[in-house]
Each structure stands twice: as C-alpha cells, then as structure tokens.
Ligand binder design. Structure first.
Ligand code: SF4
Length: 289
C-alpha cells in the first residue's frame, strides 16, 4: 500500500507535466475538433504472465496482478471512435481502427473475456489482433475464430509445428525473435518449418538501449545483403523485407521510438492510457476516458 501511495503521489505531479507537454508535443487536435492519426491502439489487459523472458519490455510484468475492466475498454473504444483516424497500411488496407491486445500475457485473462472484447470491437468495425506466447494452447485455439490476427511468438522454430494444422492458419502470424544467438541455420529451419504458414516473421529486436541487437555474422550478411530490399512502414519507425518467404521486421529509429509514439495510444490495466512503454501515467491526449 505504501508503494502504491508513493506512485500515486508521483503520478499526480507527473500528470501536470504531461498536461503541459500535451500542448507542446501533441498539439490541440481535440480542442480544434481535428482527429489524431493513429497506427493502431494497444490494450494491456493485464501485467500477469506465465513466462519469464529476460528481455521482457513490460517493466511491470507480474508486479501488478490486476485485470482491466470491460467498462474501461468500452470507454477507450468510444474515445478511439470519436477522436482518431487510422492510417491505412498493407495489413490494414481500409484504415480500420486496429486494436492489439497485449499483456503481460493476454491469454491469462481467459478466452471468455478476450472474446467479449473482440465481439464489442467487431460491432464497431474495428480490427482485432492479439500477441501471445502461445503457452495456453487451448485458449489460443478458442479465441482464433474471433480475432482477425493472433501473433504467436515462438522460442525456437520447432514450436511452430503445433499450429500447422489449425483451421485458422490464415489468422496466425508466427513470430520468431532474432536474438544474438540465432544462427543462419536456425533461420533456415524456421523458413522450412513454416513454409505452409501464410504469415511468418522474424523480428530483429533492439537491446535495452534501443540499438539493434548484434546478429550472428552469417545471418547479418543475409539480412543486410544488397539483394534484400526493405520497405518502410507508413509510420516510419520500422522496415520490412521478404527473405525466403519470411517477413523480416526491423526497427529503424532509436531516439524517436515506435513504442513511444502518439500514433499508438496504449491503455494499461489500471485504466490509465498514454503513448509510452516507460510508465503507466495518465496522459489523456485523446480526451478523458
Ligand atoms: S511472454 Fe511476453 S509478457 Fe511474458 S515475460 Fe515474455 S515478453 Fe514478457
């Protein structure tokens, strides 16, 4: 309780700063009736997780146990509906509002809640995505019919095999993170194992200093080769290339980071929202929930 008290005190003073910052960094789109352009909107349904990755970017993971309320989510949806437009992209050609359900690990809140959120989003013509570690296999299977895309991160190429016979294969995006240990052979095994998957990616992540991780030389030679052509995403923060049928996704900016972009409003389990992974402070730049 004491810790929460300190956090609350810090939040209040920070909110004032954030409100001032809104004027500078976010302009007065709401005041003038203009709409914010977003890439997509994140919802962290919980910080709980059933895994312990050393590279986890959720700094609150398993420190707070709360689960977001459906009521707050509906208010957030109303806000997005009223005050944002979405930029079309190859994965969202019509520029529909695209919601990405994140955690922690989203599946720990159960398929009933996730399907309830998806149903409400679809009533508003929103696109629904989620990202999961895939450990709760049965839960993932039961949400697949109700989500437009489920991103499943695998630790090793062989972990993709259990999804190969899914009747919703076109709604699965298999993500294989490239670490400093990932070899060219690992990548080629991933290419082979996922050859029947329509959506598969290798993500080259950044380190904690937001610099791209150092890849194994043979893999780097392939991905940086002169015949690999990258295209830049509409939001300008990431680049993509197709290598042997696998989409390679790399972050191209370090200081002005995708994870801190106002193009990605982010709702936290405590009901606050803002645009940064650095904190959960209230920064209601799209308007009050
Ligand atoms: S599965 Fe995701 S949320 Fe859980 S510890 Fe790993 S990176 Fe963090």
């Amino acid at each position: 309780m004491k810790i929460l008290g300190i956090l609350a005190f810090k939040s209040n003073s920070q909110i004032q700063n954030n409100k001032k910052q809104n004027k500078v960094s976010f302009g007065n789109a709401i005041d003038t009736g203009a709409k914010f352009t977003i890439d997509h909107a994140d919802i962290l349904v919980t910080h709980r997780c059933n895994k312990g990755c050393p590279t986890c970017i959720d700094k609150w993971v398993n420190k707070y146990k709360q689960i977001i309320s459906f009521d707050i989510i509906k208010k957030y949806f109303n806000l997005l509906d009223r005050n944002t437009v979405s930029v079309p992209s190859p994965v969202n050609k019509e520029g529909r509002t695209l919601i990405n359900i994140l955690g922690g690990e989203p599946t720990v809140v159960g398929e009933e809640f996730l399907n309830q959120i998806a149903e409400n989003a679809h009533e508003r013509n929103f696109l629904m995505w989620t990202s999961t570690n895939g450990i709760k296999t049965e839960t993932v299977k039961r949400i697949l019919p109700n989500f437009d895309m489920v991103h499943i991160t695998v630790d090793k190429p062989e972990d993709a095999i259990k999804w190969a016979d899914s009747e919703y294969l076109n709604r699965i995006d298999i993500k294989y993170p490239c670490t400093e240990k990932t070899s060219l052979e690992d990548f080629l095994r991933f290419v082979n194992i996922t050859k029947d998957f329509p959506n598969k990616k290798m993500i080259v992540y950044n380190d904690l200093h937001r610099k791209e991780i150092k890849m194994q030389p043979e893999l780097a030679a392939l991905l940086d080769g002169s015949d690999v052509k990258y295209t830049v995403a509409p939001h300008g923060f990431q680049k993509y290339a197709d290598v042997y049928g696998v989409t390679i996704k790399r972050t191209i900016q370090e200081d002005n980071h995708f994870a801190d972009s106002q193009m990605i409003p982010r709702l936290y389990p405590n009901g606050n929202y803002n645009c940064t992974w650095e904190n959960e402070l209230n920064n209601p730049y799209l308007g009050e929930l």
